[in-house]
Design a protein around this ligand. Structure first.
Ligand SMILES: NC(=O)c1ccc[n+]([C@@H]2O[C@H](COP(=O)([O-])OP(=O)(O)OC[C@H]3O[C@@H](n4cnc5c(N)ncnc54)[C@H](O)[C@@H]3O)[C@@H](O)[C@H]2O)c1
Length: 271
C-alpha cells in the first residue's frame, strides 16, 4: 500500500460483518488502515466491530471500535465525540456502509420490514452525516463515501423492493451533500457494488437466488451467476474497498458528486 491516507482519520459505519468472514465494511476499514488512516470501526454488533479492530491491529494499524445503532441520533452523536476524543480532532473520511436487506415485493414484504430497511439503510447515513459534517466544515476538508448498490440502479432479477428503493436514493443523497458542501472542501461520492462475495451475498442466495436458478447447489449457483458477469467472477470486498480508498485519497481531489460502479461490468450489458 502507498500510504495515501497517512494520518487521516476514518469513520467506517458498519465495519463489522453479518456473518463470519470478509464483508465490504471490514475490507474498507482494513484498506483505509493499510493506507495509513486511523480507523474508527463502528457497528451495532460489538463482536463484529471487535473482530475488525483485531484484524487491523494485527497488521500494525490503528483502530478503535465504537458500538452503537446508528439509527439512533444519540449513538451517532456519541460516535463523533468518541472519534474526536480517541483518534484525534479531525474526521477526514466518513464511509457509510450500513445496509440490510430482505427479499420481497409490495404484496409479500411486511410493513415493518419496509420501515426497518428504509430506516437502517437511509437514516443511518443521514445521522452519521448530520454529526460529521460540522467537524468537516470546521476543518474545511473531508470525504464522505456512501455505499449504494447496483440494485438501486437496475432490477436485480428478484424483488428486493425496500432495499432497492433505499439504495436508489443514495445517489441523490450523495449529490445533495456534494453540492451543498463543495465550497466547504467536502467531497461526497457513492459506490455501487455489484455482486460481491460477502456473508451478505450468501444470505441473498438463501433468499431466493438458488430457487430462481433452478434449485441448484451452491457451487452451481455461483458458477451460473458468475457467468452473467462480463469479468467472469464475483467481486471481492477488496475490489470495493480499493475504490473507496481511491475516492478518499488526494488522487481523487477533483471528484465529487459521482456514482462509481464496481461490478465487473455487470450492468453494462444489455440483458
Ligand atoms: N455484498 C454484496 O453483494 C453487496 C452488493 C451491493 C451493495 N452492498 C452493500 O454493501 C454494504 C454492506 O456490505 P457488507 O458486506 O459490509 O455487509 P454486512 O451486513 O456484513 O456488514 C454491515 C454491518 O453493518 C452493521 N449494521 C447494520 N445495521 C446497523 C445499525 N443500525 N447501526 C450500526 N451498525 C449496523 C451490521 O451489524 C454489519 O456488521 C451494504 O450497504 C450493502 O447494501 C453489498
Amino acid at each position: 500500500m502507498s500510504g495515501r491516507l497517512k494520518d487521516r482519520i476514518a469513520i467506517v459505519a458498519g465495519a463489522g460483518a453479518m456473518g463470519t468472514g470478509m464483508s465490504n465494511g471490514r475490507a474498507a476499514a482494513l484498506v483505509y488502515a493499510r493506507e495509513g488512516a486511523k480507523v474508527l470501526a463502528v457497528d451495532r454488533d460489538s463482536a463484529a466491530a471487535a473482530e475488525t479492530q483485531r484484524l487491523i491491529r494485527a497488521e500494525g494499524g490503528t483502530c478503535e471500535a465504537f458500538v452503537g445503532d446508528l439509527t439512533d441520533s444519540s449513538a451517532a452523536r456519541e460516535m463523533v465525540e468518541f472519534s474526536l476524543s480517541s483518534l484525534g480532532r479531525t474526521i477526514d473520511i466518513l464511509h457509510n456502509n450500513i445496509g440490510i436487506l430482505k427479499a420481497g415485493g409490495p404484496v409479500d414484504l411486511a410493513e415493518e420490514d419496509w420501515d426497518k430497511i428504509l430506516t437502517v439503510n437511509l437514516k443511518s447515513f443521514f445521522l452519521a452525516v448530520k454529526f460529521v459534517v460540522p467537524v468537516m466544515e470546521r476543518q474545511k476538508r473531508g470525504v464522505i463515501t456512501n455505499i449504494g448498490s447496483i440494485a438501486g440502479l437496475r432490477y436485480s432479477g428478484l424483488p428486493f423492493l425496500a432495499y432497492a428503493t433505499a439504495k436508489g436514493a443514495i445517489p441523490t443523497f450523495t449529490r445533495s451533500i456534494a453540492l451543498q458542501y463543495g465550497a466547504s472542501g467536502i467531497r461526497s461520492n457513492c459506490i455501487h457494488p455489484g455482486i460481491i462475495d460477502t456473508p451478505m451475498l450468501r444470505m441473498t442466495a438463501d433468499a431466493g437466488y438458488a430457487k430462481a436458478f433452478g434449485n441448484v447447489d451452491a457451487a452451481t449457483l455461483q458458477a451460473k451467476r458468475e457467468a452473467t458477469i462480463p469479468l467472469g467472477r464475483f467481486g471481492t470486498p477488496f475490489d470495493v474497498a480499493n475504490a473507496a480508498a481511491f475516492l478518499a485519497s488526494d488522487d481523487a481531489n477533483y471528484i465529487t458528486g459521482i456514482e462509481l460502479v464496481v461490478d465487473g461490468g455487470f450492468i453494462a450489458r444489455a440483458g
